[in-house]
Ligand binder design. Structure first.
Ligand code: NDP
Length: 326
């Protein structure tokens, strides 16, 4: 059988990981013929909880799960890792200012970036889920100068999937027939879900829906506020859907999107007026383990305004942590 792939996951005791780990061990990420080794990272005070999750993983008797490592040391967790999902992040606590949240996470992702730089596989594929995801990914990337920048990505896929599902419901079309949607920008309320180019079996979805008021007053806010709506209904933040999006993101990156557009947060190459290196949600296609930007799309005045709003927010986030990057 194939040699095992090493998959490191931070925040392993958390909610999202509780959905994610079982699906990875089941082969949902890399395929049903690919053995995996899980390298689980969490804080010292979360180690007992991680052990509980590991007991449950053992009790599933997954045939593909070759080994599990538990640690609170990023250099052990990331050692020779082929894939890294950075899920753990410092949540906003009561009375905490945005600036303090950013600094607390900047510290975590600086340490983790340095550890990745030192010990991870040189081909490692990294996805940052923990918020603020785009800025956390930027910090990790800047802290890992020996790794290719293109290996650092952030999760915009849940926003993409949420948009897709809303569009399918509104148009009465099936999810699998809808292609070419995008969520530009930041995983935050400034995100810009854009279906101007979307098609259903080649026909224009915009023409089918033909309702700009719905787009601006229902669709865009529904997608942007979906996380809050789930928290209100469930009393807890979305976890299974976030884990599912992380799997979609990684699986498409590794196994290819077969020509379909998917949204990934990736370091900008300067396209669409987004400054180089900034981690921003872009449309990409994936093949042979690489992603390729969908370029030269027309950006109208409304889209430019929305894309710049997300850009401004990201620039503020990234300027707020610059001094920590040395
Ligand atoms: P979750 O597993 O629910 O969430 C983890 C992170 O994912 C949060 O930053 C969360 O952001 C983010 N996230 C991104 N997209 C979504 C989405 N669509 N819906 C919900 N969350 C999203 O958090 P838990 O508190 O349950 O678990 C976090 C774990 O991380 C804990 O076990 C903690 O000990 C660990 N941790 C580990 C660190 C490390 O390994 N060094 C550092 C810090 C924490 P948001 O906060 O905005 O919801």
């Amino acid at each position: 059988s194939k040699p095992a792939q090493r998959i490191a996951i931070s925040g392993a005791a958390g909610q999202i990981a509780y959905s994610l780990l079982f699906r990875i061990a089941n082969g949902d990420l890399l395929g049903k013929d690919q053995p995996v080794i899980l390298q689980l990272l969490d804080l010292p005070q979360a180690q007992a909880a991680v052990k509980g999750v590991v007991m449950e993983l053992e009790d599933c008797a997954f045939g593909l799960l070759q080994d599990i490592i538990i640690t609170d040391d990023p250099k052990i967790a990331f050692k020779d890792a082929d894939f890294v999902l950075l899920v753990g992040a410092r949540p906003r606590s009561k009375g905490m200012e945005r600036k303090d949240l950013l600094s607390a996470n900047a510290e975590i992702f600086t340490v983790q970036g340095r550890a990745l730089n030192e010990v991870a596989s040189r081909n490692v594929k990294i996805l940052v889920v923990g918020n603020p995801a785009n800025t956390n990914a930027y910090i990790a990337m800047k802290s890992a100068p020996d790794l290719p920048q293109k290996n650092f990505t952030s999760m915009m896929r849940l926003d993409h999937n949420r948009a897709l599902s809303q569009l399918a419901a509104q148009s009465g079309q099936s999810i699998t027939d809808i292609e070419k949607i995008i969520v530009w920008g930041n995983h935050s309320p400034t995100m810009y879900p854009d279906f101007r180019f979307a098609t259903v079996n080649g026909a224009s979805l915009t023409q089918m829906i033909n309702d700009e008021t719905w787009n601006r007053e229902v669709f865009m806010p529904t997608v942007a506020k979906r996380g809050t709506a789930v928290i209100e209904a469930r009393g807890l933040s979305s976890a299974a859907s976030a884990a599912n999006a992380a799997i979609d993101h990684m699986r498409d990156w590794v196994l290819g999107s077969n020509g379909r557009w998917v949204t990934m947060g990736v370091p900008s190459n300067g396209a669409y007026g987004i400054p180089k290196e900034l981690l921003y949600g872009f449309p990409v296609t994936t093949a042979n383990g690489e992603y390729t930007l969908v370029s030269d799309l027309e950006i109208d005045a409304f889209s430019r305004e929305r894309m710049d709003l997300a850009l401004q927010e990201l620039l503020e986030e990234q300027n707020g942590v610059k001094h920590l990057l040395g």
